[in-house]
Design a protein around this ligand. Structure first.
Ligand SMILES: [Zn+2]
Length: 282
C-alpha cells in the first residue's frame, strides 16, 4: 500500500460538492400531475408471474402503477420509447441526477443523445421509509439486474430465471425478435421495492428484506409513449439470495390509468435534449 502523503488528512477533509445541483434541473409540474390523478381510471392490467417478466404499454400522458399484491416482492423495471427502442432508461445518469434511490417527484431519464424524462414518479407508498441506520433505502438505481452471467461467474451454475433473462424473453416476445437480438435491448433497471445500499466500511453493494407489503405501490406518469418490461425477481423480497428458486416469490401487478378530466389538455411530452451533437468538430 502507498504511504499516505503528509497532507493526507487535509486532502480527506475537503468538503464535498453536489455534482448536479437540482436547482437548474427542469422540475416536473407535480400540481398538474396530482390534479390529473384525481380523475384517472384504470384502462389496463398486467400480472407478472413470480420469476417471470411481462411487457406493457403506456401512452404519453397516462399513469402506470406497480403493485405488490400477494407478498413482499421486488421488481426489475426496464423502459423504452415505444417509437424507438434505442431510446431507453439510463440508470446511471438518473442516479447522478436524483441520487441512489428514487421516490415521488424523481424521474427516469433516457439515454444519450435523447436525455429527457421518460417517466415521473407521482406516488410512492414507501416514501415514509427514508434512509435507515444501515444507509439503505428503497427503489434503487445502484444495482443492475440479477443475471445469469454473474451467477455463472460466481457459482458456475446455469440458472434461467434471473431478471436479465426474464426481461430478455419478455421483450423478445413483445417485438418478435430472436433472444440474442432482444437481449441487447435489456438494460440496467429501476429496482422497484428493493432495499439496498453500500456498506460503509467496504463500499460493497448490499440488499436486505424489502419493507414492501401487499398493497404497496409505486406510480408513474408516462412523459412519452412507453414500452415497459417488469420482472418479478427470483429473489422475492431479496432478504437472502437471488438467482435461484429458493426464495418465496410473488406476482406483481401493473395497472395503467387514463386521466379523464381536461387538466392535461395543454400538456405536451418533453422534447429531446437540445445539445447540437457537433462534439467540437467543425
Ligand atoms: Zn432480479
Amino acid at each position: 500500500m502507498t504511504k499516505p502523503p503528509h497532507d493526507a488528512d487535509a486532502r480527506r477533509s475537503v468538503e464535498p460538492v453536489i455534482c448536479y445541483p437540482t436547482d437548474s434541473l427542469p422540475q416536473p409540474d407535480m400540481d398538474l400531475y396530482h390534479a390529473a390523478r384525481e380523475s384517472m381510471q384504470q384502462i389496463d392490467q398486467v400480472i407478472v408471474p413470480p420469476r417471470e417478466a411481462q411487457t406493457f404499454q403506456v401512452p404519453a400522458g397516462h399513469f402506470f402503477r406497480i403493485t405488490s399484491i400477494e407478498g413482499p416482492q421486488v421488481g426489475d423495471l426496464n423502459l423504452w420509447s415505444a417509437t424507438d427502442l434505442n431510446e431507453r432508461f439510463y440508470s446511471g445518469k438518473t442516479r447522478a441526477l436524483h441520487g441512489t434511490h428514487l421516490t415521488t417527484g424523481d424521474r427516469m431519464w433516457s439515454c444519450f443523445p435523447h436525455l429527457r424524462p421518460m417517466a415521473t414518479i407521482t406516488h410512492d407508498t414507501l416514501d415514509w421509509y427514508g434512509i435507515d441506520a444501515f444507509g439503505s433505502s428503497v427503489h434503487d438505481v445502484i444495482g443492475t439486474r440479477c443475471d445469469p452471467y454473474t451467477n455463472n461467474l460466481l457459482s458456475d451454475r446455469q440458472y434461467h430465471h434471473c431478471c436479465h433473462s426474464n426481461l430478455t424473453r419478455a421483450i423478445a416476445h413483445h417485438i418478435g425478435l430472436p433472444l440474442t437480438e432482444a437481449e441487447t435491448h435489456v438494460h440496467d433497471v429501476l429496482n422497484v421495492f428493493m432495499c439496498t445500499g453500500f456498506t460503509r466500511d467496504t463500499g460493497q453493494y448490499f440488499m436486505k428484506a424489502s419493507p414492501v407489503r401487499s398493497g404497496d405501490y409505486l406510480e408513474f406518469f408516462a412523459e412519452i409513449d412507453l414500452i415497459g418490461a417488469l420482472s418479478a425477481c427470483p429473489g422475492g423480497d431479496c432478504s437472502a439470495e437471488h438467482s435461484s428458486d429458493t426464495s418465496p416469490c410473488y406476482p406483481l401487478e401493473i395497472t395503467v390509468f387514463q386521466s379523464k378530466g381536461n387538466v392535461l389538455n395543454s400538456w405536451r411530452p418533453p422534447v429531446k435534449n437540445n445539445y447540437d451533437k457537433s462534439h467540437g468538430s467543425e
